[in-house]
Design a protein around this ligand. Structure first.
Ligand SMILES: C[S@@+](CC[C@H](N)C(=O)[O-])C[C@H]1O[C@@H](n2cnc3c(N)ncnc32)[C@H](O)[C@@H]1O
Length: 286
């Protein structure tokens, strides 16, 4: 989300009518040299003007795309429509000393999770085995490998394009001795290859993490470990959103009959009106 050099409305103030200004979104994403803007359908005709304003303001931006559908489908992709500049969505993005190559049309990517990725990376202890069940192009996994000293970070994703970039990012960041890319469904991969191996499991797929909790438990070592659960919750305020997620997850974990404690919970980001992305850090005991 970029309100860096003045937000979009300020940038466009002398080009649009005040009424038009009110109806466009204030912020946009910049991933490497690609900008993604959301322009509501009735104001679609302003898209090119907006794209020009972004390119004028951000000299590093080579290409501007309009987001035409929200993140959806198994691979969590968003629909993008070309607006201006070079017609490519492949780019490189730098974050906390790591570099990620990705194609925004072929693999999920969000610059908005930067703080959360570093938060998790810093929790990892030396020598840990980590399982990232929904690794995408590797942002969490590579950040962990770079900022902590894990033994292995098994990194699973079902999207072959995401795994292609994951492999490339492992090479670019020189973490091939630690990060292990695996293409496939996280349930199947866990059952077949990764039972009782992990000290820590990440579930960064908020739409389906609840369903995969059983498999996260299966992956943990018998001595226990930590699960980072991501979910979406509707609630009238942030505190209640965290509480709702905690209640739901706790009920399921009790049914799975292992001792646990939800050690921390927070809002990762608001998604819409009274709708939040939540993370819970869960300590599972023996
Ligand atoms: C919300 S994205 C998160 C990606 C990455 N952790 C990040 O933050 O950039 C979720 C990822 O889960 C993958 N995915 C969806 N269903 C899956 C499954 N059953 N097994 C493994 N990966 C899956 C998608 O392809 C997508 O890359």
């Amino acid at each position: 989300m970029v309100p860096l050099k003045g937000n979009l409305k300020t940038v466009l103030a002398d080009k649009l009518e005040p009424q038009q200004l009110k109806q466009i979104y204030k912020t946009y994403d910049i991933v490497g040299d690609v900008a993604i803007v959301r322009v509501p359908e009735p104001h679609k005709h302003l898209s090119k003007l907006i794209a020009e304003a972004i390119m004028d303001t951000h000299r590093e931006v080579k290409s501007v795309w309009r987001q035409v559908s929200s993140v959806s489908g198994v691979h969590r992709l968003r629909g993008l429509e070309f607006l201006l500049g070079e017609k490519t969505t492949e780019t490189r993005y730098k974050e906390h000393g790591c570099v990620y190559k990705t194609d925004l049309r072929k693999a999920y990517f969000s610059p908005r999770l930067s703080y959360e990725r570093l938060r998790i990376a810093k929790l990892v202890q030396r020598g840990e085995v980590v399982l990232n069940m929904f690794a995408g192009v590797g942002c969490y996994s590579i950040s962990i490998a770079k900022h902590s000293q894990p033994l292995k970070v098994y990194s699973v994703d079902v999207n072959s394009s995401a795994v292609k970039y994951l492999r490339e990012n492992i090479r670019l960041n020189r973490v091939a001795d630690v990060v292990v890319p695996i293409q496939g469904d996280a349930k199947r991969v866990t059952e077949q290859q990764l039972q009782n191996v992990a000290d820590r499991v990440l579930l960064p797929l908020p739409e389906r993490a609840y369903e995969y909790l059983d498999y996260a438990m299966l992956a943990l070592k018998p001595a226990g470990g930590c699960i980072h659960f991501y979910g979406f919750e509707y609630a009238n305020n942030k505190e209640n959103a965290v509480k709702k997620a905690e209640t739901k997850v706790s009920e399921k974990l009790r049914r799975l009959c292992r001792a646990f404690q939800v050690e921390f919970g927070r809002i990762v980001r608001p998604i819409g009106p009274r709708w939040y992305q939540v993370v819970l850090d869960i300590h599972v005991k023996t």
